[in-house]
Design a protein around this ligand. Structure first.
Ligand SMILES: [Ca+2]
Ligand SMILES: [Ca+2]
Ligand SMILES: [Ca+2]
Length: 414
């Protein structure tokens, strides 16, 4: 969901407050509270096959419902982000479900019988925006407009062997930031990139995660001001000028930009570009060949009245990126968080639910809808309801959907 702070970030007042940098991790004594009685679940849904275009009450195509867990069962609040974790010792799969008031941990190894292992409350106040990433068996959790929330760090191996509904606290909290919109982690290098914080003018606040419970601030990259989201990778794409460098693809509200962050002391923006009919440049993900960047604009559908449109940027030359085309779908919903697995693009499209697009050669628009699971049966309009995010990277092939209104969905291809 968008957040309008670019103008604020440009103000001298905030810049004065922001500075660049920040440091400090508080190592807390993690607590594990004896679980209260498990919640009485009266309205989980599923499993349900997709029959005549409906799974339970949810429109579907080629996908089945393994289980839906209502928000109340996970401690409530509205839903927001979701990420996943696989226990390297035993292969157990987990959903890390963000909610306004905290994060729920759900073991989904048996997807028709998921186990709510427990939850960790927000570090400060309830927040519409929470974001979660995982590195080295630790979860890193930020929240937006949440005062001095910082980055909660949670050792996920503590979930091992826990059966249900335990109250956890963070192992440590990085307090070099307060609120932040998002956190990205390049798992290949062990660096985290906080974006949308007051620090670093809302740009990249870079952290070295070599010690997982004690992140070390290593630099800012704020030349473009506020970034709403980013994906950072070790570059292996077609532009041989930059092979092996650490490259961040950034969505900056009003543009897309490419940055070389290899040298944390001197990151450099290589290029930036916009596209027709932009409303709010929200989030992006690169294809496996690192040639084309999928970009979600969060306000074009609502404010410009276009049908669900996903932007494709040609980034084959990192020094000179350009708009390639927009892919238009049949709904009016807003495309939100999206991720690539092979030749498929998994999109959480708010009121249209999860849409899975397949593609071939991206030099032309070959995107077509392969399957879908609609968590908002009411309509497909451009409201901020329904599917916030999705996690399509579990080895089992089960796909997680975090729904603002209806909780955690575990779905699968039929
Ligand atoms: Ca859009
Ligand atoms: Ca180049
Ligand atoms: Ca719908």
């Amino acid at each position: 969901m968008t957040k309008y702070i670019k103008q604020l970030c440009a103000s001298s007042i905030l810049l004065t407050l922001a500075g660049c940098g920040g440091s400090g991790t508080t190592t807390t004594t993690p607590t594990t509270v004896a679980p209260p009685p498990p919640p009485t679940s009266t309205d989980t849904t599923g499993p349900a096959p997709c029959v005549n275009g409906i799974a339970a009450t949810f429109p579907c195509g080629g996908m089945k419902l393994q289980k839906r867990i209502p928000l109340a069962d996970m401690g409530g609040g509205s839903g927001n982000d979701v990420w996943g974790w696989v226990d390297p010792d035993n292969g157990d799969e987990y959903a890390l479900m963000g909610m306004t008031n905290g994060t729920a941990f759900v073991r989904v190894t048996d997807p028709e019988n998921p186990v709510i292992v427990g939850r960790m409350a927000t570090q400060t106040i309830s927040a519409t925006w929470r974001d979660i990433k995982v590195y080295n068996n630790h979860a890193y959790i930020v929240a937006d407009r949440a005062n001095s929330h910082g980055v909660q760090i949670f050792d996920l191996t503590r979930l091992r062997g826990v059966s249900n509904n335990t109250t956890f606290s963070a192992d440590a909290v990085y307090s070099g930031i307060g609120s932040a919109h998002n956190i990205a982690i390049n798992e290949a290098t062990g660096f985290a990139y906080v974006v949308g914080a007051s620090q670093c003018a809302g740009g990249l606040h870079m952290l070295d995660l070599a010690n997982p419970v004690d992140p070390v601030f290593v630099g800012c990259h704020s030349d473009q001001g506020y970034s709403h989201d980013t994906q950072c990778v070790v570059y292996s794409g077609p532009d041989t000028d930059h092979t092996g460098k650490e490259i961040c693809f950034r969505s900056n509200e009003d543009s897309v930009s490419i940055s070389d962050v290899t040298n944390k002391n001197a990151p450099v923006t290589l290029s930036s570009a916009t596209y027709p009919n932009f409303g709010y440049t929200h989030q992006n993900w690169i294809d496996d060949s690192q040639s084309f960047l999928f970009v979600g604009d969060e306000l074009d559908e609502r404010d410009l009245g276009v049908a669900t449109t996903t932007i494709v940027m040609d980034v084959r030359d990192l020094d000179n990126i350009s708009y390639a085309y927009g892919h238009v779908q049949s709904t009016s919903a807003i495309d939100h968080n999206m991720y690539v697995v092979g030749n498929r693009l998994f999109q959480a499209n708010y009121r249209a639910g999860l849409r899975v697009l397949e593609f071939g050669d991206l030099t032309g628009n070959t995107l077509t809808q392969a399957m879908f699971f609609d968590t908002w049966p009411d309509d497909n309009n451009s409201g901020f309801d329904g599917a916030w995010s999705t996690y399509p990277f579990l080895p089992s092939g089960n796909i997680l959907i975090s729904d603002i209104n209806r909780g955690l969905f575990i779905v699968a291809e039929e």
